[in-house]
Design a protein around this ligand. Structure first.
Ligand code: PGA
Length: 250
């Protein structure tokens, strides 16, 4: 089954108000008509309102870099899925390895964030992936099972009809060290097989993105793998021409 490719830029905590406006304007200006790839950008949250105005009526989806595990109330520093919806966000990254490693987000918290995104019609991009130590200890699949399992246990496999998965090996993020196309395909196929064991139809349809040092010169071979449906792009998404080249590769 043909899955539509998706490429999402994760700007992380980079840029200024002015540079973010310019980056988005340059991406919008460079998008080819009738682009067959779905494209999204996830700016820092404070830039979302302006970005929302800029993308209105355009073929680019807006996303957040995280979403609250609660609906509202005394949760200082959090932004709810309904607030994101109000500003036109249709995507939200959950469980990025930086959130897991630096801010201590657990599988249970990530699953709760995912659940709130689903409940409010925001498509979660669930990030999973192993560290270098875990890969070297042959624990890659066990880590994927644990991270994916937390979400499937809480929300059920059918929730993946409204979600996207991103396989991001932690050792490849921001390091310039990309997974080989064979390494990426192996884990993507594994993820899809785990989903297929629960629901073959959902597995055939769910988009599984690759993330970790995707650049214009390696995007095509990664995206050419049968189970790689696009990418979640960090560093290279901060340059409009690089990001557009990656979108075209998909
Ligand atoms: P990178 O980041 O492309 O800079 O490696 C990817 C990500 O963290 O999503």
């Amino acid at each position: 089954m043909a899955r539509r490719p998706l490429v999402v830029g994760n700007w992380k905590m980079n840029g200024t108000r002015t540079s973010s406006q310019k980056l988005l304007a340059d991406i919008l200006a460079g998008l080819p008509d009738g682009c067959a790839t779905d494209i999204g950008v996830c700016p820092p949250a404070i830039f979302i309102p302006e970005a929302s105005a800029a993308v209105t009526g355009k073929l680019i989806r807006l996303g957040a870099q995280n979403v609250a595990d609660q609906d509202q109330g005394a949760f200082t520093g959090e932004i709810s899925a309904s607030m994101l919806r109000e500003f036109g966000c249709s995507l939200a990254i959950v469980g990025h390895s930086e959130r897991r490693a630096i801010y201590g987000e657990t599988d249970a918290l990530v699953a709760a964030r995912y659940a709130k995104a689903i409940a409010h019609g925001v498509t979660p991009i669930l990030c999973v992936g192993e560290t270098l130590e875990e890969r070297e200890a042959n624990a890659t699949f066990a880590v994927i099972d644990r991270q994916l399992g937390a979400v499937l246990d809480l929300c059920g496999v059918e929730s993946l009809q409204d979600a996207v998965i991103a396989y991001e090996p932690v050792w490849a993020i921001g390091t310039g060290r990309t997974a080989s196309k064979e390494q990426a395909q192996e884990v993507h196929a594994y993820i899809r097989a785990q989903i297929a064991a629960r629901n073959a139809d959902v597995a055939a349809k769910v988009q599984i993105l690759y993330g970790g040092s995707v650049k214009p010169d390696n995007a095509a071979e990664l995206f050419g793998q049968p189970d790689v449906d696009g990418g979640l792009i960090g560093g290279a998404s901060l340059d409009a021409q690089s990001f557009l080249a990656i979108c075209l590769a998909a």
